[in-house]
Design a protein around this ligand. Structure first.
Ligand SMILES: Cc1cc2nc3c(=O)[nH]c(=O)nc-3n(C[C@H](O)[C@H](O)[C@H](O)COP(=O)(O)OP(=O)(O)OC[C@H]3O[C@@H](n4cnc5c(N)ncnc54)[C@H](O)[C@@H]3O)c2cc1C
Ligand code: SF4
Length: 329
């Protein structure tokens, strides 16, 4: 057991103050952090518990957006009437993630910042891992257990998946992440919040040290209402995605006026496919059109022996999500 300090700040100012020290880590639901501390992957000197902060509300804004606090539980968000009616893709993605017990603990902020499930990352002291120990190498690149690893957005330094279901839906909804830090507030489009590994797999998002996610905003329709999330996994009870897709369509007179497409389970970050979106705009929805869009979305995929199956799987999953969102399935 590695000793660590614990503090539960009563307000935002105290949380920001506590978070500014090196060796400090934030904890919300704890479903990811406690796991990684048990494995010795995370070894914070002090845990800053965010649970006394007031970011627990889901509220409509004057402009018609939906504002969601960072500490809202995944289950509460999934079952909220506004989410179910206006943003079904988000409700479906949340309910496809983890188990009911985990969803009751997991929070919006924690889900956004959950770390990869790469088996080598979690295997301390045995496997090289650039994400865990920068510069140590990547055991996955020539490893046997790459069935789950990324085929999009990887680098020669890391091919680990971003495992979140929720974030894939947020990308298809053009959500905005609200961040507060020692130098003030900023709003980051969710598609720009996570970063691909490149030469620095240890950097996973645009958050700087001491910055907190305070919440997210979902913009008003037209994207939300016609949307769907499809996930394929190894077992129905709970498992991370082998491939998933979120699609959100704005149809006008039977034609695709605008569209958002995002993939999960296949990429190093929640993956928006501009290629697929471009091939869909202005077209009349059909199975053949959706197949062309799915081919475009996966055209840059780079597989390894053991995860080649993800290309056709992700294509089929995306076709299915588009058909459901477009109302032709
Ligand atoms: C067995 C199992 C199965 C799972 N299956 C799935 C699945 O199928 N799909 C899926 O999407 N997820 C799955 N998960 C992951 C789960 O969704 C995440 O663990 C959870 O969402 C994390 O939320 P949390 O509040 O518990 O975060 P914590 O564990 O408390 O924190 C996670 C990270 O976020 C940081 N953090 C938390 N809140 C903030 C904040 N407001 N600002 C800044 N940093 C913050 C913490 O410092 C930490 O680094 C699974 C987890 C387990 C254990
Ligand atoms: S894929 Fe990334 S997380 Fe996994 S071992 Fe390689 S560097 Fe580490």
């Amino acid at each position: 057991m590695i000793p660590f300090g614990y503090t539960r700040p009563a307000d935002e100012a105290a949380a920001l103050h506590a978070g500014a020290t090196s060796g400090v880590a934030f904890i919300a639901g704890g479903t990811g952090m406690v796991d990684l501390m048990r494995l010795g992957v995370e070894t914070p000197a002090t845990l800053v518990d965010l649970n006394a902060l007031p970011w627990t509300k889901i509220e409509k804004t004057a402009e018609g957006s939906l504002s969601i606090g960072a500490l809202v539980k995944n289950s509460d968000l999934a079952w909220h009437p506004e989410v179910r009616s206006r943003y079904p893709v988000l409700a479906e993605a949340l309910l496809a993630g983890a188990s009911p017990q985990l969803r009751n603990m997991a929070t919006v902020g924690g889900n956004l910042l959950q770390r990869t499930r790469c088996a080598y990352f979690r295997d301390i002291g045995v496997s090289a891992c650039n994400k865990r120990t920068p510069g140590s190498g990547c055991a996955a690149l020539n490893g046997d257990f790459v069935r789950m690893h990324a085929i999009l957005g990887g680098s020669e330094h890391c091919i680990a998946l971003h495992p979140s279901d929720m974030c894939v839906a947020l990308v298809a909804l053009d959500a905005v992440v609200h961040v507060r830090g020692p130098r003030g507030d900023r709003a980051v489009p969710v598609g720009e919040f996570h970063v691909v590994p490149g030469a620095h797999p240890e950097v996973e998002s645009v958050l700087s040290r001491g910055e907190l996610v305070t919440g997210i905003t979902l913009p008003p329709a037209p994207f939300g209402a016609r949307s769907a999330y499809v996930k394929v996994r190894d077992r129905a009870s709970y498992a991370f995605a082998l491939a998933s897709a979120a699609a959100s369509l704005h149809l006008d007179n039977g034609f695709v006026r605008d569209v958002r497409v995002a993939l999960g389970g296949v990429a190093t970050k929640p993956w928006r496919s501009q290629e697929a979106e471009q091939s869909l705009r202005g077209q009349r929805p059909s199975h053949a059109l959706f197949e062309r869009a799915a081919a475009a979305a996966l055209k840059d995929a780079r597989t390894r022996p053991g995860n080649e199956f993800k290309v056709p799987l992700a294509q089929r999953v995306l076709v299915r999500a588009l058909e459901r969102a477009g109302g032709i399935a």
